[in-house]
Design a protein. Structure first.
Ligand code: NDP
Ligand code: 8X3
Length: 253
């Protein structure tokens, strides 16, 4: 069977968490997976798990235009049409209040969560529009809707993802290309380990004694969105663990 007889999904940030679970889920369901991330060892492990028949990997930084260009070149050379792009790579760094936050952390979040996501989208979209077939699924967050102390720039990047997703819908009306924003709440992945710059004790505390969402829960919602009939566009899915809810608005004197 030629690769294109199977649907093709590109997953950014496939080396852990949601991206890894999504790559596995789609491969199990017969899709051909192109898995991208910076950590090669993790990608090799994923390749072993899924199998080379079903998956290819690429060491890839969404902030690097050369990497994006070489992906597009590789797709063209292999005559692969991308049916689905999952813009999942992203991160939160730090939880300090805005007056104490690190400039470097803010810059990395903007570069990855915003610029990486829009440049990936820009690179893949023309082939989808031409084929009148495609789907962009972005990973937003509840942090893009609900503010919390220390969320500052991270929440801002995810609000961008939410609005960018809606604006893509406006541009793509009539093309057959679909756009979905998945907006999860607390989910146990490497997210907190990254947010706290590798402090495992601090990261583990976030998930202590609570039943957070799992990476597989999110992969399931991505898979469900992608498998609606072509006339159905899921604009957004917001999901939280049952243990999480909204805090009251604060009033200080
Ligand atoms: P993880 O830290 O487990 O996974 C993040 C993935 O992104 C890793 O595979 C990492 O791979 C990749 N990544 C980070 N920076 C880059 C980059 N510059 N280029 C390519 N890949 C990159 O976290 P999650 O799975 O939880 O997060 C996935 C997405 O979901 C993020 O966008 C996050 O903001 C969002 N999210 C997470 C929530 C949570 O509570 N966990 C809730 C809501 C949204 P590598 O380091 O190998 O490059
Ligand atoms: C991650 C969810 O609530 O930790 O995007 O910001 S939260």
């Amino acid at each position: 069977m030629s690769e294109q007889k199977r649907k093709v999904v590109v997953v950014t940030g496939a080396s852990s968490g949601f991206g890894k679970a999504t790559a596995i889920k789609f491969a199990q369901q017969g899709w051909y997976v192109i898995a991208l991330a910076r950590r090669e060892e993790r990608l090799q492990e994923l390749l072993q798990t899924i199998g080379e028949e079903q998956c290819e990997i690429m060491v890839f930084d969404v902030c690097c235009q050369t990497h994006i260009d070489s992906l597009v070149k590789r797709l063209k050379e292999k005559a692969l049409h991308v049916n689905l792009l999952v813009n999942n790579a992203g991160l939160a760094l730090g939880l300090e209040s805005a007056d104490k936050a690190s400039y470097d952390d803010w810059e990395t979040m903007v570069d990855t969560n915003i610029k990486g996501l829009i440049y990936m989208t820009r690179a893949i979209l023309p082939s989808m529009v031409e084929a009148k077939n495609g789907h962009i699924i972005n990973l937003g967050s509840i942090a893009g809707t609900y503010a919390y102390p220390g969320g500052n720039a991270y929440g801002g990047t995810k609000a961008f993802v939410s609005q960018f997703s809606l604006n893509l819908r406006a541009d793509l009306a009539g093309t057959g290309v679909r756009v979905t924003n998945i907006e999860p709440g607390l989910a146990e992945t490497e997210f907190s380990l990254v947010r706290f710059h590798g402090n495992k004790e601090k990261a583990d505390k976030v998930y202590e004694n609570v039943q957070a969402l799992t990476a597989e829960d999110i992969a399931e919602s991505i898979f469900w969105s992608a498998n609606q009939p072509p006339h159905v566009n899921v604009n957004r899915i917001e999901l939280m663990p049952t243990c999480q809810a909204f805090s009251p608005l604060s009033i200080t004197q």
